[in-house]
Design a protein around this ligand. Structure first.
Ligand code: AMP
Length: 216
């Protein structure tokens, strides 16, 4: 089973991916996380990537394909994948199909989390990520508390691209480059539309039901 989590920035893909990884023992491939790792290493490539991310643009397909190839050809995980933030344009979607085909694998379903622009902006402005356990919180809608989070609050951080100007560019990039992929998957009957404004638990349940219906 290989799943794509699709949706605009801030639609909750990362939060749902964390749940699904646990429940279905999947391996998460989040290209944004892979890129941020590269930035952390302060390489020449990392600095180049940072300037693109901070502008709200897409990193080149060449760089992304290089990162994906490193994980996708690992035989132990290559039929238990959950993609978060990838593919982000039609060329990447087609390249992903080709790479999976080489291993006789395919995408099982595409889960599209639908959230409007105003809501994603509010969500992104409040987003906090725990650098210790990787859990995602929102200081307004889903704050870290003693009940839902055991790490020290000093681990909570904001992303450098989670500012108002970059968010608007990221949303525009999503509309222009990423949203058109939906038709590609719709034509293959792989697309499931989900109300991404529902409660986190309700969305998780809907996703679990979809996956159960595919597995049987
Ligand atoms: P994310 O963590 O998914 O929100 O991604 C953060 C940023 O990384 C995006 O705004 C892009 O600049 C870049 N990025 C992540 N995934 C991709 C991808 N598949 N293709 C191109 N750029 C990407």
């Amino acid at each position: 089973m290989n799943i794509i989590l699709f949706g605009p920035p801030g639609s909750g893909k990362g939060t749902q991916a964390i749940n699904l990884v646990k429940i279905f023992k999947l391996h998460k491939i989040a290209t944004g996380d892979l890129l941020r790792e590269e930035i952390k290493n302060k390489t020449v490539l990392g600095n180049k990537i940072k300037s693109i991310i901070d502008k709200g643009l897409l990193v080149s397909d060449e760089i992304i394909n290089g990162l994906i190839k490193k994980v996708i050809f690992n035989k132990e995980i290559n039929n238990h994948l959950i993609f978060d933030g990838y593919p982000r344009n039609l060329a990447q979607a087609k390249e992903l199909d080709l790479m999976l085909k080489k291993n006789n694998k395919k995408i099982s379903c595409v889960l599209s989390l639908n959230v409007d622009k105003e809501s994603v902006i509010k969500r992104i402005l409040g987003r906090q990520i725990c650098t210790n356990c990787r859990k995602i919180f929102n200081e307004y809608f889903n704050p870290s508390t003693k009940d839902n989070h055991s790490c020290d609050i000093r681990f909570l951080q904001k992303r450098s691209d989670d500012n108002e100007k970059t968010i608007l560019n990221r949303f525009e990039t999503y509309l222009q480059k990423t949203l058109p992929i939906l038709n590609f998957y719709k034509e293959q009957n792989l697309l499931h539309q989900i109300n991404g404004k529902a409660k986190i638990d309700e969305i998780s349940k809907e996703i679990r039901d979809i996956i159960a219906s595919i597995e049987t």
